[in-house]
Design a protein around this ligand. Sequence first.
Ligand SMILES: Nc1ncnc2c1ncn2[C@@H]1O[C@H](COP(=O)(O)OP(=O)(O)O)[C@@H](O)[C@H]1O
Ligand SMILES: [Mg+2]
Length: 366
Amino acid sequence: MAYNKLSALLDGLTSAVFVLDDKRRILVANRAAERLFGTKRTSSHSGNHSQLGLDFVRAVRHPECLKAVDKVLAGSHQEQVILSLRMSVPTTYQVNICTLDEGTSPPSGALDEARLVVSFDDISPIREAEKMRSDFVANVSHELRSPLTALTGFIETLKGAAKNDEQARNRFLDIMEAEAQRMKRLISDLLSLSKVEINEYMRPTKRVDVAEIVKRVVTTMSPQAAKQGKVISFQCSSNATIRLPGDADQLTQVFHNLVENALRYGDSNTNVEIKLSQIERSYGLIGPVLAVEVKDQGPGIAAEHLPRLTERFYRIDAGRSRDMGGTGLGLAIVKHILSRHRGRLQIESNVGIGSRFIVLLPLDIK
Ligand SMILES: Nc1ncnc2c1ncn2[C@@H]1O[C@H](COP(=O)(O)OP(=O)(O)O)[C@@H](O)[C@H]1O
Ligand SMILES: [Mg+2]
């Protein structure tokens, strides 16, 4: 293979690749390597790239990486290094260094002096996914451990000190019931989340009546609102298309979670308003969109929390959320369900005034 062809082939790779000679000089640096390390590459008039000839040390100033290159030059077949580069976003690379032995070296004439290949693979997304997974397990364990600790504590008390105290026994049993319910809610939300994640890539095909779904949620939640002295109002703009491809159970869950939050975090004696309307265009979505707005008059949410609200277990006030029966998973479930519907959630809030959670669903009108 000619040098030009080899160089073009390496340019097609997303990984940064260097080919070095036995004196650590750069014979080839592909386009990704140039982008990453700013290696200069000159081009002759004939279109051939001249060999760089730079010492690898001058391009990649990372002692770990150089040590590994030297080891391979000294006879090791392959070395691997994990490198963290401080760029605009911290990025982790897996660096592979391997020799070009007889079997893999290019045919004579092209890059005769080539001795080793250094490649940089961005493994940040893998690292990020691993971290998310372990954070999630830690969060779930923590959330389950606190009710479990309470339960075992009360069981011990009931077996010992409070054995013959009927009043204390009843009070403790009430708390134990509440703690058991909390674990049940958490497990049910975890199951919902994994169920939504599994079929997230399969967009629903059957058309459902969203106004009907919202009305049913209002009817179900109204008694709970009335207990808090609140009213849930529903308004549907007359020209809105209300039928769209959707999963009725999942959309019910979306509106249930949003109304529950509005009731839970809204101030007492304030109402919850739901408005349904059609908008012709919305950022990131295709075609006309059905917007369902759930508005409360609560304390509102400070701007720095808004982008994180749909993260699992992210709560502004964890104590308050737990006291009110929250699991911290409601909005994460909402986000996944909307993404399955190719829609999104928009959150607008003013501290001291209230919040608006707007569900945007593509109407998919052909
Ligand atoms: N309408 C709202 N007003 C103020 N804060 C809200 C509202 N809805 C959600 N939040 C905040 O977002 C967090 C996450 O909500 P969610 O995922 O539904 O979990 P949960 O309600 O179980 O705590 C809540 O704990 C709360 O801090
Ligand atoms: Mg909630």
